[in-house]
Design a protein around this ligand. Structure first.
Ligand SMILES: Nc1ncnc2c1ncn2[C@@H]1O[C@H](COP(=O)(O)OP(=O)(O)OP(=O)(O)O)[C@@H](O)[C@H]1O
Ligand SMILES: [Mg+2]
Length: 454
């Protein structure tokens, strides 16, 4: 039941409002002075405050200010005598939700109260949702414990605190968008919007109006003013996905916006100023694009203040078991996931596949296997044919370039084998040591040497 606090020095109004709102199913509390109302506000859970403006002693306006300070979430409706609308307007400026003039129509009052409570409920719900999301994205949704991923978590924490422009690079499907969101939800801007633009998906002119908006009549078809993504992201983060695909003419415009944080809508003359953090991502090698003359060098340096490079999945196979578990849980529900096994043969295929589509490819393969599997175990039969057909042998040549000194090459192989053994033994060091035929203390030494996170 929702509780409404009614404040008025005229007893008649208190009685009237109490009766009216009581029959609507609300719980009501009453106070005949602002001072008493404050006492109630401090000690009870109130969902809405309705207050008269003119009262002896502390005024309604002062009560409104105090309420804003004590309980900023509680919406306020002011009651204003006919002819003192200016006061109501003043109150609205101080965050009152709405005002009602005395004498009022019952139906109008009920409607205003209903709307205020609804707006309050939505705001509360949204805040909780954002909070849940911000908890989830603080690495919570990014899975991985490999050395490169731990370094990325550190970087995410560091850059989240600043407003620095971040460029996320890495092959397709490595989680660039996920990481961009994680930076946003870990930052002080987390309650602001996270807005995405895919710079590769739109034609040049459409992209321009998508980014900066347009005025009514700016071009044929521009029947109304439209805000651009930069404006929508004000106070939050703008994620420029596939930024490497941005046409040259827009690169110049983007550079100016990044430098000055001001722009004009297409067809407009008014300069608009925004406060936006820009994170961009690309799976292209932007340095190469700069050398080839396809991407402006000055823009590259603007975007690349901080670079987060996400390595392909085949370079962080340590993450494999966690990712596989995560996707099994994601697609079968947490309870069923406990019962689902993965056959040794499947692990072998997973460790030897090149993963050109990276984590996204793995996600699709798990989703598909869960549909196809017959028992509780995912077997090689549940994998796509091209994966099953691949050689399951460890290809030294693929991972080690020909000019690497032998001792380094052997270290690389040793590190892989130690990591694999640990993964297979659920990180029980004694078992992994036994599997590799080495002592436990030598195992500990290797773990330290290769900085393996257990
Ligand atoms: N480390 C990770 N942990 C959990 N899920 C991940 C991880 N990396 C990627 N994913 C999942 O893989 C899918 C692809 O990720 P995302 O869209 O972020 O990749 P991307 O790098 O932006 O790819 P592209 O360059 O193709 O746009 C998403 O469903 C994402 O949730
Ligand atoms: Mg992406």
């Amino acid at each position: 039941m929702q509780t409404i606090l009614i404040v008025d020095d005229e007893k008649n109004y208190l009685v009237l409002l109490e009766a009216l709102l009581g029959t609507e199913g609300y719980e009501t509390l009453t106070a005949s002075s602002a001072k008493d109302a404050l006492e109630i506000l401090r000690n009870s859970d109130v969902d809405l405050l309705i207050t008269d403006m003119k009262m002896p002693g502390m005024t309604g306006m002062e009560l409104l200010e105090e309420c804003e300070r004590l309980k900023p979430d509680v919406p306020v409706i002011t009651l204003t005598a006919y002819g003192t609308i200016e006061m109501a307007v003043e109150a609205m400026k101080k965050h009152a939700y709405d005002y009602i003039t005395k004498p009022f129509q019952n139906e109008q009052l009920k409607l205003t109260v209903k709307k205020a409570l609804e707006a309050h409920r939505l705001e509360k719900e949204n805040r909780l949702l954002r909070q849940a999301l911000s908890d989830r994205f603080r690495h919570g949704m990014i899975i991985g414990k490999s050395k490169p991923m731990i370094r990325i978590y550190d970087m995410i924490d560091k850059v989240a605190q600043s407003k620095a422009t971040v460029l996320i690079t890495g092959p397709s499907g490595t989680g660039k968008e996920l990481i961009a969101k994680s930076i946003h939800y870990g930052s002080t801007r987390k309650d602001g919007p996270f807005v995405t633009v895919n710079c590769g998906a739109l034609a040049e002119t459409l992209l321009e109006s998508e980014l900066f908006g347009h005025e009514k009549g700016a071009f044929t078809g521009a029947i109304a003013m439209k805000k651009g993504r930069f404006e929508m992201a004000d106070g939050g983060t703008l994620f420029l996905d596939e930024v490497g695909d941005m046409p040259a003419s827009l690169q110049v415009k983007l550079l100016r916006v990044l430098q000055e944080m001001t722009f004009e809508r297409v067809g407009g003359t008014r300069t608009i100023k925004v406060d936006v953090r820009v994170i961009s991502a690309t799976n292209r090698d932007l340095r190469k694009e700069v050398s080839a003359g396809n991407f402006r060098e000055d823009l590259f340096y603007r975007l690349n203040v901080i670079n987060l490079e996400i390595p392909p999945l085949c370079e962080r196979l340590d993450d494999m078991p966690l990712l596989v578990r995560h996707f099994i849980e994601k697609y079968s529900g947490e309870q069923d996931a406990d019962k689902i096994q993965v056959s040794q043969e499947v692990w072998k295929v997973f460790y030897n596949h090149k993963w050109p589509g990276n984590v996204r490819e793995l996600e699709h393969i798990i989703e598909r296997a869960l549909v196809l599997k017959t028992g509780q175990t995912i077997t090689a039969d549940d994998l796509p044919r091209e994966l099953r057909g691949e050689s399951a042998d460890f290809e030294v040549e693929r991972f080690i370039p020909p000019d690497v000194p032998l001792h380094k090459a052997l270290d690389t192989i040793e590190e892989r084998l130690v990591r694999r053994a640990l993964t297979h033994c659920n990180n029980v060091q004694a078992h992994a040591a036994q599997m590799l035929g080495i002592t436990k203390s030598l195992m500990q030494h290797k773990i330290k040497k290769y900085e393996i996170v257990i």
